[in-house]
Write a protein that binds this ligand. Structure first.
Ligand SMILES: *Cc1c(COP(=O)(O)O)cnc(C)c1O
Length: 233
């Protein structure tokens, strides 16, 4: 078995075990393979082993990869998870199925205005700066409810939920605390009347904590494709 195939299998196993531990069906957690910095061939290999959801952070790289993978475009779904610059919203609105990293209303408004009519509404998550780090992107927790209310009005977006990249921590309990805070915010938005179904949290190092706290999609790069080499990127 290839590395990617065996890594995919072990990530699926980790999800299944964490879900069982959380008394959740494994099917309630979907797996996004984060392919940033890896070539189209790596995506193809993951696809050959049943992976259809892919995440990318760098627009130019993603667009080139998607072009090289045009033959499998219709049976894959592409999620933009990197910082969104306002002058880059058009290709994102045109090419992606989801954006997890909406962190201000202006970006949401541009994505909605630029989403082609021929396509379904663009699925979006609000990225929340859940650990309150000054350097991290994401909306401050106390701004999320107002921005969610405005995004929900945009005609070409479908607000699906929340995303966060918490500050790294080693211990399971320390990992769980910010993820739990994100889930609580998610529940508050649902109480506000938003029909949300997506809690985008959990990476290679905190997948188990995220599933225990209710993640519905985990974003896994390193554990599937290996270490990223930014130098050659
Ligand atoms: C790179 C990245 C991931 C994947 O991280 P790993 O630790 O490699 O699993 C997940 N989410 C976002 C937003 C990323 O940028």
């Amino acid at each position: 078995m290839s590395d990617i195939a065996s890594h995919l299998e072990s990530v699926r196993q980790r999800i299944a075990e964490a879900a069982a531990h959380a008394h959740r069906p494994a099917s309630s957690v979907s797996l996004m393979a984060v392919s940033k910095t890896f070539p189209a061939q790596a995506v193809r290999e993951a696809y050959a082993h049943g992976q259809t959801t892919f995440g990318e952070s760098y627009l130019q790289e993603a667009l080139q990869k998607m072009e090289a993978l045009a033959d499998i475009r219709a049976s894959t779904s592409w999620h933009f998870i990197g910082p969104v610059q306002s002058n880059k919203t058009k290709p994102i609105a045109e090419q992606f199925d989801w954006v997890h990293s909406v962190d201000r209303l202006k970006i949401a408004e541009r994505l909605s205005a630029q989403r082609p009519e021929a396509l379904a509404a663009l699925n979006v998550c609000i990225q929340v700066n859940i650990s309150g780090e000054s350097t991290k992107s994401g909306l401050a927790v106390d701004e999320v409810r107002a921005v969610a209310a405005s995004i929900a009005e945009l005609p070409r977006l479908r607000l699906r939920g929340l995303m966060a990249i918490p500050e790294p921590a080693d211990a399971l309990e320390a990992q769980r605390a910010p993820l739990r805070a994100l889930r609580e915010l998610f529940e508050r938005l649902r109480d506000d009347g938003h029909a949300l179904d997506t809690l985008s949290m959990g990476m290679s190092a905190d997948l188990e904590a995220a599933v225990l706290e209710g993640a519905t999609i985990v974003r896994i790069g390193t554990a599937i494709f290996g270490m990223r080499d930014y130098a050659t990127h």
